[in-house]
Write a protein that binds this ligand. Sequence first.
Ligand code: MLC
Ligand code: AMP
Length: 504
Amino acid sequence: MANPLYDTLFGRHAERETPFLFLPDGKALTHAAFLDMAARFAHAFAALGVSTGDRLAVQIEKSPQALAVYAACVQSGIIFLPLNTGYTASEVSYFVENSAAALLVCDPAKRDDLISIAEANETQLETLGADGRGSLWELARPLPGRFETVARGPDDLAAFLYTSGTTGRSKGAMLTQNNLLSNAETLTRVWRFDKDDVLLHALPIFHTHGLFVATNITLLACGSMIFLPKFDRDAIIDRLPQATSMMGVPTFYTRLLDDPRFTRDLAAHMRLFISGSAPLLSETHMRFEDRTGHRILERYGMTETNMNTSNPYDGDRRPGTVGFALPDVELKVTDPATGATLPDGEIGQIEVRGPNVFKGYWQMPEKTREELREDGFFITGDLGLIDDQGYLQIVGRNKDLIISGGYNIYPKEIEAVLDAQPGVLESAVVGVPHPDFGETVIGIVVPEKGAVPDTARINASVQHQLARFKHPQKLILLDALPRNTMGKVQKNLLREEYATLFSG
Ligand code: MLC
Ligand code: AMP
């Protein structure tokens, strides 16, 4: 095969006049029309001089065109680098500089904010809006609807997905064609996706979950997607009767359960509900079953590895667990100090190895060595145990990470902003339970001696620098942070102290 990822996911649909995307306006886009659009984008990239191995960063709203940009990158051998639409200009600046992106595609409304960043990095800038219009489409539209697929091998890079780090500096996870393809093949098989599947797609397409898990599987299965711009409860309830399956973060399911229109009848024809990206409370799993008769299938994955484990399709989907390692994934629970494998039932760090595991962090060999062992096992940073039935339970994290509504937030990044404010001596950011987002961010700020920090000014600075989902929902002033005898901040005590702030 010339380009395994393109040929397997996209190329074979070239002649198919079957619906691929059902859109909010009631129209459908066929597989053939989608590929025609992708080919025009691929020609546009070539016209801009962006070629194989270059990085193409996108910060664009979800649309069929945005998905076609992904397909065009795969067809051209360009490395696709999607960015959260909520990132501020200063956040985007880091990704463009770090990846040395050849082209940045942004929403037309953000062009003025990003032009100086693009210029400073000698990155070209084009626009693409939620309606599919913009300078990129103007360039692509008159170009041919066929493009000669660029040859690539399974080990060639297909995408960079940035994931935040404990140091506060995001790392570009390098994903190969085979990382994506092998995982899509496995998941399609174990979750039994086929051409009759209609996936209700309300996730963002800048993360593993909505981009690779949902989209790649649907493409591989020759199925279709009801492609909604975002999670909107009314739209989900309206479209659910036309779907067979849905993937979501736990917030999707708790929000649906809060709505009396979400009934057993509404979900009766559904084949499968899948949850991941954050822990699904056992209580939510059980309420969902009581309401609909369906047992949500929970799985576990991450940016660096795609999916690692899944509850069984047939057999018992156990609440509070993420199931078993996928058929081609090896998983062990190890002692963080020695790396020795622990007996079942003992809590340790979760490590995984398989064709799904990424190639390393872009230009960060030390970080790569810290987390990716020479023997191929990746240290996930999650803590878990194998229970008496062989199911993996995730019990915590060995990394200082908050997951809010499925978005990962590393406290260090927010602490750096808080620490830099006038009158602030130091700060600690922790996650506390939240009824809608699972966890949410709070900031504890210690003033300098005699100073009274201006919280309104701090909030304004946070807003300017960080994406909305990272903003502390509450700032608390404290005289001192709790520390252990080694001087380390005891975040667990802060989490306990403020545990009921939002859920009490
Ligand atoms: C939105 N807001 C959030 C937020 N999402 N704040 C904290 N955490 C979030 N996740 C902000 C909004 O900007 C808004 O701010 C306010 O919170 C309320 O907005 P909303 O309208 O209620 O939120 P909504 O837009 O509906 O978004 C919530 C959500 C969304 C849960 C639907 O965040 C979402 O789609 N999450 C999915 C994330 C995801 O795909 N993760 C996969 C990562 S891959 P204001 O100022 O307007 O009030 C991965 C690997 C794996 O982890 O295993 O899958
Ligand atoms: P990301 O870096 O955005 O890919 O997020 C990956 C992290 O999400 C994992 O390391 C886990 O901490 C968390 N995660 C994903 N799926 C689950 C799940 N089903 N249960 C608990 N945590 C999960």
